[in-house]
Design a protein around this ligand. Structure first.
Ligand SMILES: [Fe+2]
Length: 136
């Protein structure tokens, strides 16, 4: 089952929504490549590419929060760091053992549940804050 971005996940900031859409698309490509049994080197590159993209995306969100004095910044930054730590652990597991079907399911569950929860709870709070700031 693929990860699916929908309008319900919009945070109200177009640049962030577009990055989220790209993350979902890249995550699906990664899961497809693992399921299809693509070469280890190719999959490893895709995993690293997605990590870099997500890490850059976190930086963009953090910059936005800092620039607008968003009070939830510290908590968001912690969540971002926790995600990257878990992602690196998955990356290391892939390096050591490759992509078993159990690993693919675990990666999919981790990415989809983390992304959806984080976007709904934390990223939407940024969008809500900005909207309020600019309509007052
Ligand atoms: Fe975030």
């Amino acid at each position: 089952m693929a990860l699916k971005w929908s309008e319900e996940l919009s945070v109200g900031v177009e640049a962030i929504d577009n990055q989220h859409k790209s993350i979902f698309a890249m995550a699906n490509n990664l899961l497809d490549a693992m399921e299809a049994g693509h070469g280890k080197e190719e999959v490893a590159e895709t995993i690293a590419f997605l990590r870099k993209y997500i890490s850059d995306h976190f930086c963009d969100e953090e910059e936005l929060m800092i620039n607008h004095n968003f009070s939830g910044y510290a908590e968001q930054r912690k969540e971002h760091k926790r995600f990257l730590t878990e992602y690196l652990a998955l990356e290391a597991e892939f390096e050591a053992k490759g992509a078993s079907s159990h690993f693919v399911v675990k990666t999919q569950l981790f990415l989809s549940s983390w992304l959806i929860n984080h976007i709904n709870k934390s990223d939407k709070a940024i969008g809500g804050f900005l909207k309020k700031e600019y309509t007052l």
